[in-house]
Design a protein. Structure first.
Length: 674
């Protein structure tokens, strides 16, 4: 069943339902009324019975005892409640009772009739309502039809009016079209004449255009042939420049070829007629400008156009090497060798790449192969010697240098390198000979200045101080050939070191200061100058300490800096700091005799007597000839009460060198003997 909410009902539906509800409520009311009447009648009958005498003889209103009605036990003495026949007192009462029954029956019938009447009225009301609704609907329908008819009449009227207007317009339009047609015919005639004239003109112009096009085509063909010829000439020229460039040795010649070829190469590429030679020349220009990535990109384009040119892979390998892409460089050089195995530079550069890849054996093999292809390939010989040197094979290293120098006597770089190798292995005489040999061949130049400097160092370490001083002066006097201030500072420092060694301390001090002016961070100059400041007295100890503090900030792990700081603090009588820095120096160089002796003396001054004794003994175990250690040990032993030990050590010093610190030793022995 579908339920409809009250608010969704129409007014007519609401009225209909309300009428039904009222009818039902009225019927219910009548039924309730009848029932009430029947109950009242019952009550009247009971009241009439109440005045009658019962069989047991009790009159109305008497009190009854409970014991007279019920037995003591349940189920015993119960009365018989079966009603006895009632005897009416008279016929009149019977008649009244019958009348009463008739009245009830009549009332019931009246109620039923009333209910039927209400129901009939309700039905009639419903029928009247439906009839009214039907009438209203019919009226509404008729009104709608009338309205529709009215609207249709109005529409017909409008349509008729519109039709007449359209007919009028059509007539006007027909008239206009007739006029326009006449004008069009006249215009067409004129146009036809104009078209004829235009066609003749176009025919004339077309012929002229065809003649012009023919001439233009011929000119374009000639121009294309000329451009093609010019392009071929450019390509031929760029190929020629590329070939010359690959064969050029002199850097000036190479640069001229590059300058000439770059503009031509760029024109070709811009015109879309790019060639591998054009990209190769641009790559060479980029490489000269150290634009290595751009150069590599151009070479890749050249290889894409020509994969069979070994030079392109060779140059690519060099660029990859410069960019530290050693694995890629190795592959490029191997590819170049595959295309041309008689080109020494590819083999040589492959060897250099193997060096970077830490494969010395393959590197050596490549260098040997490069000189086998070309016995006059100098670079191959010198790199062989360098490999042998790195491997610690002095014999083969020297042999390789000798072979190179025999083949190329004017190769001063090889001569100087051989001198450096001899110096590295402590062969000072052989090193000296090579450097002097190189100096004979060199003009005044940066190289000659550096060679004089190196020779002075060799002579200094070999104990030939005066000769070292001569070459040190030559290097110092010609240091202006060097543009690098740091190199000038090194040469100045070297010459100062020689002056200090020969006792010219004032000159040495000036030179150390000059070196520091050239290079303010030159640590060795600071160390040696601080030592000069502390050599005679402690009046300049603050200067020394300032220099050493700067050096310590730059390199706190340097042995000499820590040892000299210990000495500076000893002069300042700051013995705790002195002990600290001497210990730091010995952490760097554990078995240094001088630093151990310095620490022992500092510990003595700082009251660390047991540690001092241990370190003096350590110095003696290193060098039994170190009489300073024996005297220092004896003095500490006296302080600790070991007079016998002190006496024994002092006698050893007197026996070894009677003049060594004679007054002090004699004084100490006298104290013990007394």
């Amino acid at each position: 069943m579908k339920f409809i909410r009250w608010k969704d009902l129409t007014e007519e539906q609401k009225n209909s339902r309300l009428k039904k509800i009222f009818c039902v409520l009225a019927a219910i009311f009548i039924v309730i009324l009848i029932l009430l009447l029947m109950k009242c009648e019952g009550c009247s009958s009971e009241s009439r019975k109440a005045g009658r005498n019962f069989k047991n003889g009790h009159a109305y209103g008497e009190e009854l005892s409970g014991s007279e009605l019920f037995d003591d036990e349940y189920g015993k003495g119960t009365e018989d409640y079966t009603a006895s026949d009632q005897n009416f007192n008279s016929d009149e009462e019977l008649k009244k009772l019958q009348e009463e029954e008739l009245r009830k029956e009549e009332a019931r019938k009246i109620a039923e009739a009333e209910a039927k009447k209400i129901e009939e009225e309700s039905r009639k009301a419903e029928e009247a309502r439906k009839l009214e609704e039907s009438r209203k609907a019919e009226e509404a329908r008729k009104a709608a039809e009338a309205e529709k008819a009215r609207k249709e009449a109005e529409q017909l009227k409008k349509d008729e009016k519109k039709r007449k207007a359209e007919a009028k317009k059509a007539a006007e339009r027909a008239e206009e079209e007739k006029r326009l047609k006449q004008e069009a015919d006249e215009a067409a005639a004129k146009s036809l004449e104009a078209a004829r004239q235009k066609a003749e003109e176009e025919k004339r112009l077309k012929k002229e255009a065809e003649d012009a096009a023919q001439k233009s085509l011929e000119a374009a063909r000639k121009k294309a042939e000329e451009e093609k010829l010019a392009e071929d000439r450019k390509k031929s020229k760029i190929d020629e420049i590329s070939k010359k460039l690959s064969e050029a040795v002199n850097e000036t010649d190479k640069q001229k070829l590059i300058d000439e070829g770059v503009k031509l190469a760029e024109e070709l590429i811009k015109s879309g007629a790019e060639t591998d030679s054009a990209h190769y020349i641009i790559a060479q220009d980029a490489q000269k400008k150290k634009e290595y990535k751009r150069a590599l990109s151009e070479l890749e384009k050249a290889i894409k156009l020509n994969e069979s040119n070994y030079l392109y892979y060779y140059d690519m390998g060099k660029l990859q090497y410069l960019l530290r892409r050693y694995d890629d460089a190795q592959g490029s050089f191997l590819h170049s060798i595959d295309l041309n195995n008689q080109f020494p530079p590819s083999v040589y550069n492959l060897g250099l790449t193997y060096v970077k890849l830490n494969d010395e054996s393959k590197a050596l093999e490549s260098f040997k192969r490069s000189v086998k292809i070309n016995p006059e390939y100098e670079k191959g010989y010198i790199e062989q010697a360098r490999v042998y040197n790195r491997q610690g094979n002095l014999v083969e290293c020297v042999k390789a240098y000798d072979n190179l120098i025999k083949l190329f006597p004017d190769n001063t770089s090889a001569i100087m390198e051989l001198g450096s190798v001899y110096y590295q292995y402590g062969k000072y005489a052989e090193s000296e000979a090579q450097y002097k040999k190189a100096l004979e061949k060199l003009p005044k130049s940066e190289t000659k200045t550096l060679t004089s400097y190196n020779l002075s160092k060799v002579l200094y370490d070999d104990g030939k101080i005066e000769e070292a001083n001569r070459y040190g002066w030559i290097a110092y006097d010609e240091k202006d050939f060097l543009l690098n201030d740091s190199q000038q500072a090194n040469i100045t420092y070297n010459y100062a070191l020689i002056q200090e060694k020969t006792g010219r301390k004032e000159e040495a001090e000036k030179l150390y200061l000059e070196a520091l002016k050239l290079n303010p961070s030159h640590i060795k100059s600071k160390i040696n100058l601080s030592a000069l400041y502390m050599a005679d007295d402690n009046s300049q100890v603050e200067k020394a300490l300032a220099l050493l503090s700067e050096a310590y900030q730059a390199d706190s792990k340097d042995f000499s800096i820590n040892n000299n700081l210990g000495t500076a603090y000893m002069l300042k009588e700051d013995y705790a700091s002195a002990v600290k820095f001497y210990k730091a120096a010995l952490m760097i160089k554990e078995s240094d005799e001088d630093a151990t002796l310095n620490l022992a003396n500092a510990q003595t001054k700082n009251g660390e007597l047991a540690d001092a004794i241990e370190n003096f003994k350590k110095v003696i175990s290193m060098n039994a000839e170190n009489l300073e250690a024996f005297v220092g040990l004896a003095k500490v032993q006296l302080q600790t009460g070991d007079a016998a030990g002190a006496y024994k050590n002092l006698l050893y010093v007197r026996q070894k060198n009677p003049s060594f610190r004679k007054a002090e030793v004699d004084s100490l022995i006298a104290v013990i003997e007394d």
